[in-house]
Design a protein around this ligand. Structure first.
Ligand code: SAM
Length: 367
């Protein structure tokens, strides 16, 4: 193992890594000097959650969205998107496929779409429970009202994902405008989800224009304090048909970046993932699809070797998947669920990792 440079803080006492120490690791770009960070994150992952990788089958249920998030390709204002909402039968088929592939969990994700009515989703949840042996159901449907979240929990949902995206309040307001008369408070919703008995997940994008290394160190500190079951960390990927994507293009052309701007690179994302593993040893951390896109050959493997213990293979039928373009060139857009499954299984075998069985709740080490 390459020793850390004297400039970098020692990693032996990972739990006590100070804000300043985290910042210094985030700024380090020498791959050789980063080896001890990768090694400790991998060792911490192995000791805390084991070698099993939990597979969560992703179903992109709708690309309708009421929100105007400036980063997201399916934002309400993007007129170029052909909108869809999948049927109950498509969801049931995907859930059966998840069981056949041996995935313990399905994740239903979509835009914040009130065309997905609370009662309709509750009925779908009950059918999945009654007609399939899926072990756990995760939802990621945006900032829905309390009573809907409560109804879905009763109907059989186990988990909910809602990233806070960045802890920098001003930047958050810039990229995630409020709806008229409704202030977006994702922290409050995350607390509410926990009260309702959900396993709650959050996360951030890395390299948002205006996001500094110091602000990402704040995010990691927040992860340490929040006691989340899942934490997703992925690079921000500019979408050309969004205001933030266009801001990014202009900044690139004029080389006009704010001081201390964090890059949206694979390396930066891996550093954040590794430090998140040190901050939350037993949380479930995915090697995200966005990470697998910034380095198509090795991004997903790096994610699993640098702290990750979850992968979310996409089960959405290709026709809908192509229209769920939150960022350009989503990984494996043209591949079938079978082909995606084969490549993930081959990757896990090559890394000497096993496939998690059961629901894969936090702290269950593969069972
Ligand atoms: N509507 C739900 C919500 O907002 O939580 C779930 C769907 S949303 C598309 C899921 C996640 O995609 C967001 O939390 C965000 O982090 C990520 N995302 C959206 N646009 C992105 C982009 N351009 N680059 C990287 N990640 C993006």
């Amino acid at each position: 193992m390459t020793p850390a440079s004297p400039a970098l803080p020692p990693l032996g006492v990972a739990d006590a890594l100070s804000h300043e120490a985290v910042e210094r690791w985030l700024r380090e770009t020498d791959e050789a000097l980063l080896e001890p960070l990768w090694a400790l994150a991998d060792e911490t992952r192995r000791r805390s959650v084991g070698d099993a990788v939990h597979l969560r089958g992703l179903i992109e249920v709708s690309n309708h969205c009421v929100r105007g998030c400036t980063y997201c390709g399916i934002r309400a204002g993007n007129r170029g998107v052909e909108r869809y909402r999948v049927s109950e039968e498509v969801i049931l088929d995907c859930a059966r496929k998840a069981v056949a592939f041996g995935y313990g969990t399905i994740v239903m994700q979509g835009g914040e779409d009130y065309g997905i009515e609370a009662g309709w989703m509750a009925a779908v949840l009950r059918r999945i429970r009654a007609e399939t042996s899926v072990s756990a159901i995760t939802l990621s449907l945006g900032e829905r009202p309390d009573e809907e979240l409560a109804l879905w929990r009763q109907a059989g949902a186990d988990r909910y994902l809602l990233r806070f995206e960045t802890s920098d309040e001003a930047l958050y307001r810039h990229i995630h405008p409020d709806l008229p008369g409704r202030v977006s408070d994702r922290m409050a919703i995350l607390r509410r989800l926990q009260e309702l008995g959900y396993e709650a997940g959050t996360g951030i994008m890395v390299g948002i224009p205006g996001q500094t290394h110091a602000s990402i160190a704040d995010d990691i500190e927040l992860f340490r304090e929040m006691d989340m079951d899942m934490i997703g960390v992925g690079p921000y990927l500019p979408h050309p048909a969004t205001p933030l994507g266009q801001e990014c293009e202009r900044r690139q052309a004029e080389d006009d970046w704010p001081p201390d701007q964090a890059p949206n690179s694979e390396l930066m994302t891996c550093k954040v993932l590794a430090l998140t593993r040190l901050a939350r040893p037993d949380s479930n951390l995915p090697a995200t699809t966005a990470l697998s896109l910034v380095n198509k050959a090795g991004g997903r493997a790096h994610g699993l070797e640098r702290g990750g213990n979850v992968v979310m293979p996409n089960l959405t039928p290709p026709e809908e998947r192509e229209r769920y373009e939150i960022y350009p060139e989503k990984a494996a857009v043209h591949e079938t669920a079978e082909a995606i499954n084969d490549s993930i299984m081959a990757l896990l075998a090559s890394l000497g990792r096993t496939v998690g069985t059961g629901a894969g709740r936090r702290g269950t080490r593969g069972a």
